[in-house]
Design a protein around this ligand. Structure first.
Ligand SMILES: Nc1ncnc2c1ncn2[C@@H]1O[C@H](COP(=O)(O)OP(=O)(O)OP(=O)(O)O)[C@@H](O)[C@H]1O
Length: 311
């Protein structure tokens, strides 16, 4: 099966500025894919080329095996798009809005009514469907926007910063919805909010200055950047214990810092397997009272900073 989204050497230049630089991506069907990058990295420019709103300077993009060309009607049938700030007619009800959008898509009755009802159920706006959109919360509007983008059963759904303007509850609802959407479509979302990516994305790509720095599953990324650092908190001062580790072959360094107001040892090991075997015994033999022992996993935010700074 052709990948849901594929790009080959996709490039966009604005004069001297290379906004997107030879981007090669391949994204499988039925996944939620997070597209990450700092401000000005080239995310919007990429999404514009993927959705045929802007022509690449070089390279090609394919959606479900079909080449994207600017303004192509055929390829537009395969995807839906929700911009970061979707515009609505506030005087319409949610249901009227979806019918109106369905008509714009060239859908016909009674198919429009059936699809609108299905989608209102999916995005959990059935109860609010007879209320005017002007009275909806931002989160409800965002979910209505997603319903609109899903009207013609797209195989790929592009969401630009879908949660950035939402409060925690609105965000949770939209993220839950995105998790459900992958039953129906491949979701490609650009975002700055890394905790959202951790929550819903199967795969990620990180770009900066137009260049793809990394693309992988979230799992693989965590594995690759997993650190060999342990945090150990004792009831007493643990400095002597930290000093006693210096002779161990796996020991790299120890630091003492305050974590949540408690003095904590951060022990870095070069051989994580050996350290994991030995440390618990050494702690037990130290006579100190252990409060906490943890192998520190980097958050996606730590990984993002490391990838972007370490390129
Ligand atoms: N129409 C344009 N003309 C000239 N330069 C542009 C144009 N559009 C984008 N750029 C430049 O291309 C680069 C990438 O911009 P883009 O908007 O794609 O980044 P982004 O990752 O979406 O950023 P943000 O997260 O801030 O929205 C930036 O340097 C930007 O200034």
């Amino acid at each position: 099966m052709a990948p849901a989204i594929k790009t080959e050497g996709l490039t966009k230049r604005f004069g001297d500025v290379v906004a997107v630089d030879k981007l090669d991506l391949s994204i499988d069907e039925r996944a939620v894919f997070g597209f990450l990058g700092p401000n000005g990295a080239g995310k919007t420019t990429t999404v514009k080329m993927l959705t045929g709103l802007s022509a690449p300077t070089e390279g090609k993009a394919y959606i479900c095996g079909q080449e994207v060309t600017q303004g192509s009607v055929e390829v537009r049938k395969n995807f839906g798009f929700l911009p970061d700030v979707p515009a609505f007619y506030d005087w319409m009800t949610g249901e009227e809005y979806l019918r109106f959008a369905g008509e714009l898509y060239g859908m016909t009755y009674p198919g429009i009514n059936k699809r609108a009802a299905e989608l209102l159920e999916l995005v959990e706006l059935k109860k609010a469907s007879k209320r005017k959109v002007g009275g909806y919360s931002r989160g409800m509007k965002q979910r209505l926007g997603i319903a609109q983008a899903m009207l013609n059963h797209p195989r790929v759904l592009f969401l630009d910063e879908p949660t950035s303007a939402l409060d925690p509850i609105g965000r949770r609802d939209v993220l839950d919805l995105i998790g459900r959407l992958k039953e129906e479509a491949t979701v490609f979302m650009s975002t700055h909010i890394l905790s959202d990516v951790e929550r819903v994305c199967d795969g990620v790509a990180i770009i900066d200055k137009g260049k793809l720095l990394v693309t992988s599953t979230v799992e693989e990324l965590r594995h690759k950047y997993s650190r060999s650092t342990f945090e150990i908190e004792f009831d007493e001062d643990g400095q002597a214990f930290a000093d006693s580790l210096q002779s161990k072959p796996w020991f790299v360094k120890s630091e003492k810092e305050n974590v949540n107001g408690n003095p904590t040892l951060r022990i870095t090991a070069r051989d994580i397997g050996l350290a994991r075997k030995e440390l618990p015994h050494l702690i037990a033999g130290s006579g100190l009272t252990l409060v906490r022992y943890e192998l520190v996993q980097p958050s996606l935010e730590d990984i993002f900073v490391e990838v972007v700074n370490g390129k």
